[in-house]
Write a protein that binds this ligand. Structure first.
Ligand SMILES: Nc1ncnc2c1ncn2[C@@H]1O[C@H](COP(=O)(O)OP(=O)(O)OP(=O)(O)O)[C@@H](O)[C@H]1O
Length: 304
C-alpha cells in the first residue's frame, strides 16, 4: 500500500502464513494498512479472507516461523484482550443474543468495554429503524446488522475489521450500512478493513484494495494508484487478435447498456503505442481487475 510513516501504520503483515494442519490458507502475505484508510479485502470463496482477518484479531494462531503480524503495534494472539480495546471485529457469522432488548445490549457493552459510549450507540441507533426497546428476535436480518454496527461503531477504536458485513442484506440495507460506517465511524484517522463479494458496490467507498487468490496476495494498492497502473483499452472485434497478441491480463466484453456489446482488454502498465492506437483508453473497473487477477488462467471473459 502507499508509503506512510511507520507510526501511521495500523497493520503490518510480513510474509504471513496462516495454516490449518496441512492447509495453507494464507500464503506468504505482506501488506500494510496506514491510518485513515478504507480497505477492501477481495477474494473468491476460500481465498483466505476470513483466515487473514481472524489472524489480525488473534483468533487463529499464526505460530512460530509463520511470518510477522503487528496490529496497532501488538502481536494479536498473545495481546488479544488489549488489542480488542482498540480494534473492533464483526465476524461473518456474527449474531446478537435473540432474547435481549437493544437497550440490554447497550448496558452489557457499557460494562464490558472501556471505550464503549452508550450515548454514541443511542445516537447511532437513531439513524436506523431499530428501537431501544426492540428485542433482537423481532428484528429483520438487515436491522440486526444495523444494530450490530451501531454497537460496534460506538467503541472509540482505531481499526474496524468487518468480514462480509452485509451478507444476506438487500441493496437498501447494504447502502444504509455503508453510509453509517463512512459517515459515523471513518474520521480520517481510523481505518476499516472490509471483506465482501459485492465488489462493484463497494468500489466507490474504498481508498485501497487487497486481493487474495488461493491464499496469495495478488494486489495491494490504492485505488488512485490502481487507476494509474492498469490500462483498459476498448476496441472493435476486428482488432481482437492484435490486442490478444499484446498479452493483456484480461479480455472481456463491455455492455453499453442498450444491448450493444463491445470488446475491451486490461493491461498491467501502458501497452505499446501501436496497441493503444487500436482502440480507446478506458478505466478498468475494480470488478474487471478482480476477474483479471483472480481468474483461472485458462479462462477468458470473452468466452463467458
Ligand atoms: N478451521 C479450519 N480448518 C481447516 N481449514 C480451514 C478452516 N477455516 C478455513 N479453512 C480453509 O482455509 C481456506 C480459506 O478459508 P477462508 O474461510 O479463510 O476463506 P474466505 O476467503 O473467507 O472464503 P469465503 O468467501 O467463502 O468466506 C479454505 O480452503 C478453507 O477450507
Amino acid at each position: 500500500m502507499n508509503a506512510a510513516e511507520p507510526r501511521d501504520l495500523l497493520v503490518r503483515a510480513s510474509h504471513l502464513n496462516v495454516r490449518y494442519g496441512a492447509k495453507l490458507a494464507v500464503d506468504d502475505v505482506s501488506f500494510t494498512i496506514p491510518k485513515g484508510r478504507v480497505v477492501g479485502l477481495l477474494g473468491h470463496n476460500g481465498a483466505g479472507k476470513s483466515s487473514l482477518m481472524k489472524a489480525m484479531v488473534g483468533l487463529v494462531d499464526v505460530g512460530q516461523g509463520a511470518g510477522e503480524l503487528t496490529v496497532l503495534g501488538m502481536n494479536p494472539r498473545p495481546q488479544r484482550a488489549q488489542l480488542l480495546e482498540q480494534a473492533c471485529y464483526i465476524p461473518d457469522v456474527a449474531i446478537l443474543p435473540r432474547w435481549a432488548r437493544v437497550s440490554d445490549l447497550i448496558s452489557l457493552m457499557s460494562g464490558l468495554h472501556p471505550r464503549f459510549s452508550a450515548d454514541r450507540a443511542r445516537a447511532l441507533l437513531r439513524r436506523t429503524s431499530v428501537g431501544l426497546n426492540d428485542k433482537v428476535k423481532t428484528l429483520s436480518k438487515g436491522m440486526v446488522v444495523q444494530a450490530h454496527l451501531a454497537l460496534v461503531a460506538a467503541i472509540d477504536a482505531k481499526l474496524m475489521i468487518l468480514d462480509e458485513p452485509t451478507l444476506g442484506l438487500d441493496v437498501l440495507s447494504r447502502k444504509a450500512f455503508y453510509e453509517m460506517l463512512i459517515d459515523e465511524w471513518c474520521d480520517g484517522e481510523r481505518s476499516v478493513l472490509i471483506s465482501t463479494h459485492q465488489v462493484e458496490e463497494i468500489e466507490s467507498l474504498l481508498s485501497d484494495v487487497l486481493m487474495l487468490n488461493e491464499g496469495k496476495l495478488v494486489l495491494s494498492i490504492s485505488l488512485e494508484d490502481m487507476e494509474k497502473r492498469f490500462v483498459g483499452v476498448s476496441h472493435d472485434a476486428a482488432v481482437a487478435e492484435q490486442i490478444a497478441a499484446a498479452h493483456p491480463l484480461l479480455r472481456y466484453r463491455t455492455g453499453s447498456g442498450n444491448g450493444q456489446f463491445g470488446n475491451a482488454a486490461i493491461f498491467d502498465g501502458p501497452p505499446p503505442a501501436h496497441v493503444q492506437a487500436l482502440g480507446q483508453r478506458i478505466r478498468p473497473s475494480l470488478v474487471d481487475l478482480f476477474v483479471a487477477l483472480t481468474r483461472k488462467p485458462e479462462l477468458d471473459r470473452t468466452q463467458f
